[in-house]
Design a protein. Structure first.
Length: 434
């Protein structure tokens, strides 16, 4: 991922130096297990650990790979340069390259998931804080982009919180599902390596043994992991789209914080654009772009092929680095979002009581008017508001068919704003707990 959308902690997981260090740890722990089983001399296993503090030379490994055309062999050759050919002869005993590659990928994904979970905690904290801050800040709810009925800004934040909380649980599950390792040898039969080696290596690296591998760890695990990242990205966009709408000039119910010295346009000095949330929409597309290739990686030929390899070298870093950046950007946007309650009320009252139409409709049906006639009466008066800018309550009070069923006091009561917010506390208790 380009540096513009990358944070160092996540980038470091995918650096070649990190990858080679994990490769080394897998090989060294495997040697320990082999020595304990009497397969290789204990002295040879101990010799491997002499490279524990070595900074592996990435350029040198690349140089060797240019000749061998095999990355794992290039690494093993470089390791032998550090510990000596004789001590290195038992390294990788009974293993195959995928044992190292797949186990390493899963370690990297687990580490990435841990960072992403911390990112999500920051987003959740920001959403919860703003939800309680604006629990009773009334705004108009919209369906199809059109005024519907009153809601509150707190409920808007609360629904994003609930959605992101579900995503966090999904990521916890995806992390657990991908936290497996395989040291099972060629085609996964353990013919040349004892299953106890796999158990030891996995225990040392915080993984569980893959119940049955072929020559690779099954890719349905990875498909679910990347699908989860895609869902999280979509939730980020869901939140970003709402903020972008609220910042539109005609709406202006909220806007991204505009810092001192910030410029909105190279041509128009007046502009304050929702650039961060627009950026989040774009970043969400990049994360989702990784989902379908991960799904397609599930189907491999026989016990293995490497059609998945090139895909994962790209989507592993790209999806996790991008999502890490996006989650932190979203958290910052929410933490600093500027809310305009007065504009919310102004927008809601733009059509002079029209948003109370359902209450009047229900009141008429309860007063004995058929639903069809009730709908006709309410809609007839509502259209005057739409088309002529009339006041909805005034029109209802002047309509003899309406007043024949409802008294002026009953009509007046149907315009009580508090009616729409009476269950906010109940909803909050469901989302955040008592």
């Amino acid at each position: 991922m380009i540096p513009r959308y990358a944070r160092k902690e996540m980038v470091d997981i995918w650096e070649p130096a990190t990858k080679f260090k994990i490769w080394y740890e897998i090989e060294a722990h495997a040697c320990d297990a082999q020595a304990a089983l009497g397969v290789i001399p204990k002295a040879n296993a101990e010799a491997v650990w002499r490279a524990k503090d070595v900074e592996f030379d990435v350029a040198r490994i690349d140089e060797i790979e240019a000749v061998t055309k095999h990355d794992v062999i290039a690494f093993l050759t470089h390791l032998a340069e550090h510990i000596g050919a004789d001590d290195a002869r038992f390294v990788h005993q009974g293993m195959t390259s995928s044992d190292v590659l797949d186990t390493t990928l899963n370690i990297q994904l687990v580490r990435a998931a841990d960072i992403l979970l911390r990112d999500m905690d920051r987003v959740l904290a920001a959403l919860k804080k703003r939800a309680f801050e604006h629990k009773d800040t009334v705004r108009i709810g919209r369906s199809h982009g059109i005024h519907a009925e009153p809601t509150t800004m707190g409920l808007t934040f609360a629904r994003f919180y609930a959605e992101m909380d579900r995503n966090r649980a999904r990521l916890v599950n995806a992390r657990a599902e991908v936290a497996t390792g395989a040291i099972s040898g060629a085609v996964g039969t353990f013919a040349n390596i004892d299953p106890r080696v796999e158990e030891h290596v996995c225990a040392q690296l915080g993984l569980i043994p893959e119940p049955i591998s072929t020559q690779v760890i099954p890719r349905d695990r990875h498909a679910m992991f990347f699908a989860t990242l895609g869902v999280i990205a979509s939730s980020i966009e869901n939140c970003a789209i709402e903020i972008r709408h609220m910042q539109r000039t005609e709406v202006l119910e909220a806007e991204e914080f505009f810092s001192k010295g910030q410029k909105g346009s190279s041509a128009m000095p007046h502009k304050r654009n929702p650039v961060l949330t627009e950026n989040l929409t774009g970043l969400a597309r990049l994360v989702r772009m990784c989902v379908v290739p991960a799904m397609e990686n599930v189907a491999l030929w026989h016990e293995r092929d490497i059609s998945h390899s090139s895909v994962e070298r790209g989507i592993g870093p790209d999806a996790t680095i991008t999502l890490d950046f996006a989650l932190n950007r979203l958290a910052g946007v929410i933490e600093n979002l500027v809310i305009y309650p007065d504009n919310m009320l102004k927008n809601m009252n733009k059509f002079k009581g029209l948003v109370m139409s359902q209450r009047v409709l229900l009141a008429l049906t309860q007063a004995g008017v058929s639903r069809e006639d009730s709908y006709r009466l309410v809609q007839r008066n509502a259209m005057k508001v739409w088309e002529q800018g009339a006041d909805f309550k005034t029109e209802l009070l002047a309509d003899p068919e309406v007043t024949a069923a409802l008294s002026p006091a009953e009509i007046e009561e149907k315009f009580d704003l508090g009616y729409h917010t009476k269950h906010v506390d109940t909803i909050f208790a469901r989302v955040f707990g008592a």
